[in-house]
Design a protein around this ligand. Structure first.
Ligand SMILES: C[S@@+](CC[C@H](N)C(=O)[O-])C[C@H]1O[C@@H](n2cnc3c(N)ncnc32)[C@H](O)[C@@H]1O
Length: 232
C-alpha cells in the first residue's frame, strides 16, 4: 500500500492508472490556454510557485522554466516519488508528500499557488483555504482550475459518473469564499484514438465511458473548465 497523507481525497484516475493519466496530461490544453489565463492574472516570472496536488509532477518543469522556485505538494507517496524523479535534474524544484490541509511550508513563502483538476478544493476545503491564507504572501494569488460540470458533453458524462456532485453547492461555496471565476474552453487533442479511449475509460464509469467513446469521433474533444482565483 502506498503511503497517503491524511486529508487526501481519492483520485481513481491518476491513483489507479498514472500511465494513462500521463496521456491525458499530454493531451489537455495543447495551446497552454490555462497557463496563459493564470499568468495574465498574476505573472510568475521569478516568483515562488506552489503546485498543490501535483500528481506525478507533469506541470512542474514548465513552471520551473519561468519561476525562480517551484514546490510540488502531493499526498499520494508513489505519485510524489514520480514527481521527484521527473524533476531530479531541476535544481529549483522541490516536491513534498503532503496534503493541501497541512502544507509543509513557512508562512508567507509563496507568490502563486496553483491547483489543477483539484476537486479537493470545493465545499469542505476550508482547512486548505486557511493554509493558502497562511503560505501565500501579500500580493500573491491562488488559482484553482477544474472541470466545469455545467457545460458540454464532458460535464454531462462527469455528472452521470459522480451523481453526488452538486454544481449549485460548489458555486455557492466559492461565492461565499469571495473567489472570482471565469470559464475556460479547453480541449484534449490525442495522437492516437486508443489513447483517447483509454483516457475516457479512466475518467468515467464503464457504461458512461462507452457512451462518451461512441459520442466522440476522431482524436479531439472539448474540455470545458472553470478557473477560480483570489488575490492576497
Ligand atoms: C486529478 S489529479 C491532478 C494532478 C495534477 N494536478 C495534474 O494536473 O496532473 C488530482 C490530484 O490531487 C491529489 N489530492 C487529493 N486530495 C488532495 C489534498 N487533500 N491535497 C492535495 N492534493 C490532493 C491527488 O492525489 C491527485 O494526485
Amino acid at each position: 500500500m502506498p503511503r497517503i497523507a491524511k486529508g487526501a481525497i481519492p483520485s481513481p484516475n491518476i491513483w489507479n492508472a498514472p500511465q494513462i493519466y500521463e496521456l491525458e496530461n499530454r493531451a489537455v490544453d495543447p495551446e497552454g490556454a490555462a497557463d496563459e489565463a493564470m499568468r495574465a492574472l498574476r505573472p510568475w516570472k521569478g516568483a515562488t510557485v506552489l503546485d498543490i496536488g501535483c500528481g506525478t509532477g507533469f506541470h512542474l518543469p514548465a513552471l520551473a522554466s519561468e519561476a525562480a522556485q517551484v514546490i510540488g505538494v502531493e499526498p499520494h507517496g508513489d505519485l510524489a516519488a514520480l514527481a521527484v524523479r521527473r524533476c531530479a535534474a531541476l535544481a529549483n524544484v522541490a516536491v513534498h508528500a503532503a496534503a493541501a490541509q497541512d502544507l509543509p511550508l513557512p508562512d508567507a513563502s509563496v507568490d502563486v499557488a496553483v491547483a489543477r483538476w483539484a476537486y479537493f478544493f470545493g465545499p469542505g476545503c476550508e482547512p486548505g483555504l486557511r493554509e493558502l491564507n497562511r503560505v501565500v504572501r501579500r500580493g500573491g494569488a491562488a488559482f484553482v482550475l477544474d472541470l466545469d460540470a455545467t457545460r458540454g458533453a464532458f460535464g454531462r458524462w462527469f455528472s452521470r459518473t459522480v451523481p453526488t456532485y452538486s454544481v449549485r453547492e460548489v458555486e455557492s461555496f466559492w461565492d461565499r469564499q469571495g473567489w472570482q471565476r471565469r470559464p475556460l474552453d479547453l480541449r484534449m487533442a490525442f495522437e492516437r484514438r486508443a489513447d483517447l479511449e483509454a483516457v475516457l475509460r479512466i475518467e468515467f464509469t464503464p457504461e458512461v465511458a462507452e457512451q462518451a467513446i461512441a459520442e466522440t469521433p476522431g482524436l479531439e474533444l472539448p474540455y470545458p473548465n472553470v478557473l477560480r482565483w483570489r488575490y492576497y
